[in-house]
Design a protein around this ligand. Structure first.
Ligand code: URP
Ligand code: ZN
Ligand code: ZN
Length: 466
């Protein structure tokens, strides 16, 4: 049986991609049941949880469509589990996570699916679902992917990068995209040319260029644009719908838009590190630059305007995180001799929404409507969760974020629930914070603290919508 205590949110300014108005919201049995200018006290059940949202925004729960929690990768494992990642997500207003299942080359897809699900079950405090990575695609495992889609996974993931690891051959990519098309499943894709990167990494290392500042030189913008073009060519040939993850720079955005203008059904995701951090961070002394190594790499600052404008014009659909947490002290340091051994990733699941508010809305770069669209509604629509998630409507899950835009504080590792030993945004001014975060009607976080129940998070079964 679901959560039964009713919830009343009084007098908040409700923000959706198309609306901005003040009203009360009432939720019963986990769903929104009334939205009215003033809900009569007589209609409020005794014992209801009442939240005063006057002077605050009320957003639909934010959705992060690209996170890594359980991640065997580059000789280690990402540092979070569903307890720390849920707490971090909720503290930052995120109520639904879509995690990438990233099996090893020899793993069976079904086994991987069960493994990833088992990491979340009983521990997650947010609702969750997965993108299923296809790291190989022989005929005999085709049935397993069909079974996984039947079990509620409506999106695949492919890697054009990471030669010798997650990278999928063109032959298998084409076959996987055909199956996705048949099933109506969208294919999410990491687009960088793996062979070009491999060759450039080797020549940089041979020239003694081993530090984290060389990571970006081994995978410049053209390598990413090439990957985007390549994926979109396959999408054009097969008719599959595709979603480019962590699009970081102008040439890659342009390659995706060019394909869209040719009629390809392509959507663009960018991730928060690329909006606010630039390549100079990887040049920091004492190997601190390794904290900022991710792929695609941080780019020249000029690309940030392209990303913000892409969100404003809605040419870029989503702002995710690509949360991939690795500790500095022992994990990032695995790459002291060679940047190619630094585990790739920057943790941001807690900071994403506040960074978008601080550096986007409060900085005058973005409106609230574009913010909620990019951080919640678009992901719900693209990945088969709408209007259960990503909406403030009668019947939607009561995943709600009461957000205080007047809060002032600082981003810091100390305030983070993620199990990493650094924050990429240490000491930055924070403008705005989630005061109250509910998941299906139950308060799970207040003022940056987890106050909820672990294990309450539900697996979200999704139907193919493409
Ligand atoms: O640097 C990154 N992005 N690490 C996580 C793996 C991936 O490529 O998404
Ligand atoms: Zn990636
Ligand atoms: Zn990723």
């Amino acid at each position: 049986m679901g959560f039964r205590v009713p919830l009343l949110i009084r007098g908040g300014r409700i923000i959706t991609p198309t609306e901005d108005y003040t009203a009360d919201i009432y939720a019963e049995a986990e769903k929104i049941s009334r939205i009215e200018p003033r809900i009569d006290d007589k209609l409020v059940a005794p014992g209801a949880d009442i939240i005063d949202a006057r002077g605050k925004y009320v957003f639909p729960g934010f959705i992060d469509p690209h996170v890594h929690i359980y991640l065997p990768f580059m000789g280690t494992y990402a540092a979070d589990d569903y307890e720390s990642a849920s707490k971090a997500a909720l503290a930052g207003g995120t109520t639904t996570l879509i995690e990438m299942i990233c099996p090893g080359p020899a793993d069976d897809p079904i086994t991987a699916f069960e493994t990833w699900k088992s990491k979340a079950e009983g521990l997650a405090a947010v609702d969750y679902t997965f993108h299923m990575s296809v790291v190989r695609f022989e005929e005999h495992i085709r049935a397993q992917f069909r079974e996984i889609v039947k079990a509620g996974i409506a999106s695949f993931k492919v890697f054009l990068a990471y030669k010798g690891a997650l990278n999928l051959s063109d032959e298998h990519l084409f076959a996987a995209m055909q199956l996705a098309k048949d099933l109506g499943v969208i294919v999410t894709a990491h687009c960088e040319n793996a062979d070009a990167i491999d060759a450039m990494q080797k020549s940089l290392l041979a020239a003694g260029k081993t530090g984290p500042e060389w990571h970006g030189r081994s995978r410049p913008p053209v390598v990413e644009a090439d990957g985007v073009h390549h994926l979109c060519t396959f999408a054009e040939l097969v008719g599959t719908h595709v979603y480019i993850v962590h699009t970081s720079c102008a040439p890659a955005v342009q390659a995706a838009l060019a394909a869209r203008h040719r009629g390809v059904n392509v959507w663009i995701e960018s991730v928060i590190p690329h909006f606010v951090l630039d390549e100079t961070y990887t040049e920091r002394a004492s190997f601190e630059g390794s904290k900022f190594v991710m792929s695609p790499p941080l780019r020249a600052k000029a690309n940030q305007d392209v990303l913000w404008n892409g969100i404003k014009t809605r040419q870029i659909s989503t702002i995710a995180t690509d949360h991939a947490p690795f500790r500095f002290a022992d994990q990032k340091k695995m790459g002291t001799d060679a940047f190619t051994k630094i585990p790739n990733g920057i943790p941001s699941v807690q900071e994403r929404v506040d960074l978008v508010h601080t550096c986007g809305v409060a900085a005058g770069r973005l409106g609230l409507q574009a913010m909620v669209d990019a951080c919640s509604t678009q992901a719900a629509q693209l990945f088969g969760l709408y209007p259960r998630k990503g909406a403030i409507q009668l019947g939607s899950d009561a995943d709600l974020v009461v957000y205080d835009p007047t809060y002032r504080g600082k981003f810091s590792q100390e305030g983070s629930h993620s199990k990493v030993d650094y924050s990429a945004y240490e000491g930055w001014e924070q403008k705005g914070r989630a005061s109250v975060v509910t998941v299906r009607g139950k308060v799970q976080a207040r003022d940056g603290e987890f106050v909820g129940t672990l294990g309450r998070g539900a697996f979200l079964k999704r139907e193919p919508t493409h």
